[in-house]
Design a protein around this ligand. Structure first.
Ligand code: LMR
Length: 393
């Protein structure tokens, strides 16, 4: 049987992690996988997470099962964090999932049960795993324009043109904030225009929000998602705690479904629990419990918000420095957009050949589509990267 298996294509981002590890050059720089690194290159456990873990270790008396949908307290905290009252709770169903990816997967499976012929529209470009999961599930797939490599901004006219073509009942996957991989995001006015089209055309939004707190702040970053949830009759939201709580390996995420009434909510909730049961039974609890403890406890929450804010501001500083360095070293404003992008990532808009050359000549690892992880930089590596880019292009 197993000899029937074919080799799977390597995941671009994970393959890059391996290539970086194997590189013996001392000055190598990892701008690949989306993991936050502080100025000394470490990915620390956040203070609030450590404190919550300590309390949990002291007080937790059982590791018995929780529930198929996870702990209702986790759902409540996360619905509050993401939606903050934008929709009445009796219309909101939710299940804990193994990470944001688990939520994406469960959302797509739910769509497959509810509307098997619906096409899933993805931004071009998007996080490669979106494409990969949709394809793996055999779902109809299409793309809408998103990025303008010339300006480094959103190609909003192109995007609207494509979004207007989406038939009623199809699904459009949108990034809630901090677009991955481009770093280019819609303005509030653009969001409103887009929502009006989705509303007129009966297109169902599926929002992936994996970086809340990494862009313009916890509340600001949820703005688009909240508008969608409050203005459209239905939507799905996959939220991740990997980045904003720094609990990557704990696999903590949630799938939220905003439904049109309490009856629909109950049926949707049952379907979400069913899907969890089919795929992995009970969702992981450790990370979800830490998140709940932090969000429910005033001092822990304050500490978390503060550390998250420091993380966010450090990324914005790095963006400004990099844009400045590149401005000086290239003598042009070509990369000024880096300062305006938000989140961990920015797409430089250079060819994959140049990306490869930068890797070979300077040991700088960025994803082949020229996505860089801003949080992989520090004050010392910013000028090195700027030199590498300026000398290569
Ligand atoms: C990324 O885009 O680098 C992260 O979301 C990590 C991953 O799983 O790909």
């Amino acid at each position: 049987m197993l000899n029937n298996l074919l080799k799977q294509p390597q995941d671009k981002i994970l393959a890059l992690m391996d290539a970086y590890k194997a590189d013996v050059r001392e000055n190598k720089i990892d701008l690949g996988v989306g993991v936050y690194k502080n100025a000394s290159g470490a990915t620390p456990v956040m203070l609030a997470v450590k404190a919550a873990e300590k309390q949990l270790w002291q007080n937790q008396e059982t590791k018995s099962y929780v529930g198929l949908a996870g702990d209702p307290a986790f759902s409540k905290c996360m619905i509050d964090l993401v939606l903050n009252g934008a929709v009445s709770l009796d219309k909101v169903a939710a299940v804990a999932t193994p990470g944001g990816t688990g939520a994406v997967r469960q959302a797509l499976e739910l769509i497959k049960i509810a509307e098997p012929n619906a096409t899933v529209w993805l931004s071009n470009p998007t996080w490669p795993n979106h494409l990969s999961i949709v394809k793996h599930l055999g779902m109809p797939l299409a793309e809408y324009k998103y990025f303008n490599s010339e300006t480094g901004g959103v190609d909003f006219d192109g995007m609207l043109h494509d979004i207007k073509k989406i038939p009623t009942g199809d699904i459009v996957l949108l990034h809630g904030c901090c677009h991955n991989p481009t770093g280019a995001n819609l303005t509030s006015e653009q969001e409103d225009q887009l929502i009006a089209i989705l509303s007129n055309n009966g297109v169902i939004p599926f929002v992936d929000i994996a970086y809340q707190g990494f862009g313009d702040g916890l509340e600001q970053d949820a703005r688009f998602t909240r508008k969608i949830a409050s203005q459209l009759p239905e939507c799905l939201i996959a939220a991740s705690c990997s980045k904003n709580f720094g609990i990557y390996r704990e696999r903590t995420g949630i799938l939220i479904a905003v439904t049109c009434d309490p009856q629909q909510r109950a049926i949707t909730q049952g379907n979400l629990s069913f899907l969890n049961r089919q795929n992995f039974s009970f969702p992981p609890d450790h990370g979800a419990r830490l998140v709940t403890m932090i969000l429910e406890d005033t001092p822990l929450r304050k500490s978390w918000v503060q550390e998250l804010e420091e993380t966010r501001l450090s990324m914005i500083n790095l963006r400004k420095q990099l844009a400045n360095e590149l401005h000086k070293k290239t003598g042009s404003d070509r990369f000024d957009f880096l300062a305006h992008h938000r989140g961990m990532f920015s797409k430089l808009g250079i060819s994959s050949d140049l990306v490869e050359k930068i890797r070979t000549d300077f040991a700088v690892y960025m994803v082949g589509d020229s996505r860089i992880n801003i949080a992989g930089l520090n004050m010392t590596t910013v000028p090195l990267l700027a030199t590498a880019i300026a000398q290569t292009i």
